[in-house]
Design a protein around this ligand. Sequence first.
Ligand code: BGP
Length: 470
Amino acid sequence: MSAFPQDFLWGAATAAYQVEGGFDADGKGPSIWDEFAHRPGTTYQGTNGDVAVDHYHRFREDVALMGELGMKSYRFSLSWPRLLPEGRGEVNEAGVAFYSDLIDELLKHQIEPMITLYHWDLPLALQQEGGWEVRSTADAFVEYARLCYQRFGDRVKLWSTFNETVVFIGHGYITGAHPPAVQDPARALQACHHVFVAHAASVAAFRTSGIDGQIGFVNVLQPHTPRSDAPEDIAACQFADGIYTHWLYDPVLKGEYPAELLAQAQALWGVPRFAPGDADLLRNNRCDFIGLNFYKRETVAANDQPTSFNANHSGQRGSGHQQGKEFGVQGLFKFVRNPQGVYTDWDWEIYPQGLTDGIMMIKARYGDVPIYITENGLGAKDPIIDGEVRDDDRIDYLRQHIAAIAEAIEQGADVRGYYPWSFIDLLSWLNGFQKQYGFVYVDHQRGLARQRKKSFAWYQQVIASNGEQR
Ligand code: BGP
């Protein structure tokens, strides 16, 4: 018998900026990524999302492929500036119509939409007013969320507010690799606080909207393992858990920051500053579910040098182990290469057991919260042999991770869905189109023609057998 419940949501995921294109079509406003990627030197070979894979114009063809694959659910994000070009105020009805048509098309194929409200493409107009560093952006987010509930809530039951705070705040405000390219941990923590406030206030708005659905938050799941049994490596590992997990999960699942770390951050940098009512807002608006994006684990060692920040997207292809920018705090921890580890070409350790362990760690700390695996996948340059995209490595990767989820379910975790990243080959934020993740290949030499990969037929059979044949 399958480990997976009958109503398990076998899906796949994408994000607006990475697939849609149509960056200035039909009244869409610019986002911070439109502006950033147009600056020379910011992305791999200057690639950007102007056209991406043109899903904006080809969504019917793409949804037909999703239907053929047998997907039960599709996780995608909405572009805030496509709906509200200035971030607030006037609504772009053409943008509403696009998402409305996409949702209808999905439902026509019996595919349950799962919406992410924020996958990093902040309206540029709001960045010009201070972005996440100012509280008014959180207010604008709630206005945007309400608009989405009103227009799409009759058909969409699964919502999440934010995707991966650790990445867009960490790279946006510590390493500077993502927009707005700031390098200041204190500013990062205040911006992050406004994200939590925006999340909690939009959960509150969801609860009063009358939508018969669930709302959650999507985080990177990055398990840590100490390099050795030495007490200093174990302590370093616990500290990494505190920063990469507790800081980011506690506010949305427990409704409060981890007390000790909060006290340390406030003593060191004076942030995050709370406005009156913030603590209650967080406490009263916890998530219905948590989305976990799992790609890799990190091995952690003690460090007597300044600690660096490091998350998905830091690594360049074949650069050896990725290095992040410094937090500016002496001697906390560092990530090191695991000599026994198997790594992707982008130096992300492949460690499926980490997914089981990570899910069980979430259950142990936060109780029986429903879980969706909202991203998981292998970024690789796929081989094309005799015209076929033979992505056997991806099949292997996904197979092992599906087994890891089955294991967690058998151990009692409430996992309700699996969304491999990604449905289709799309734009990797900093790596252009060379880092592929999809079941569907896009031929950039032949007018963005779609082609099913070997993994497409494989995943079709996984879904049809509810995970038994893999
Ligand atoms: C996650 C993001 C996705 C996607 C994925 C792969 O962190 O949520 O949007 O980009 O990582 O990352 P990359 O394209 O850098 O390999």
